[in-house]
Design a protein around this ligand. Structure first.
Ligand SMILES: [Zn+2]
Ligand SMILES: [Zn+2]
Length: 163
């Protein structure tokens, strides 16, 4: 998504808001169940630098790392970037800084980075997902198997032999 900041650049102080939906911003590896919603505000330039901040929302389809089922994950992330004509003096270029030549900036990389940052490291369909049984593979959220009990029984048998 390209946003136009020319309106801001020419005025001394004004705030402009953007809100739009984007499909397929998160790339091929993640399945989106909704378009990415982005709501941003750009604040008047200070020292030729424009601060853009806001929120992004999307519902993704993730795979639970315990039971391997897909589930809908509602993700919300903060977006913050600074936009400048040139790197201001005395300030080192940083990752979040975007340069605009003609007042148009592409905010997709910033949105994608914000989403990546909020992705769960270990996705879980629910916090207490019981996962799959390591012996018989049954989904222990749906069914009860006696693998665990049998293992415990076997251990008891071994113990009894020792006694
Ligand atoms: Zn699960
Ligand atoms: Zn089992």
């Amino acid at each position: 998504m390209i946003i136009d900041l020319n309106r801001l650049r020419n005025k001394l102080c004004e705030e402009i808001s953007f809100s739009f939906q984007e499909n397929n911003i998160s790339g091929q590896e993640l399945k989106q169940l909704t378009p990415v919603e982005v709501c941003l505000q750009a604040v008047c330039p200070v020292d030729d630098v424009i601060a853009v901040s806001g929120k992004t929302k999307v519902i993704l389809e993730l795979v639970c790392s315990r039971c391997l089922k897909t589930f809908a994950y509602s993700l919300e992330a903060d977006v913050e970037l600074t936009v400048a004509d040139d790197f201001p003096q005395g300030r080192l270029p940083d990752q979040d800084m975007v340069l605009f030549g003609n007042g148009l900036i592409d905010i997709d990389p910033a949105i994608k980075a914000a989403i990546d940052l909020e992705l769960p490291f270990i996705p879980l369909c629910k916090p207490d997902c019981k996962g799959l049984c390591s012996s018989c593979g049954v989904d222990r959220n749906d069914a009860v198997c006696d693998c665990n009990e049998r293992n415990i029984d076997l251990r008891w048998e071994k113990l009894k032999e020792l006694l």
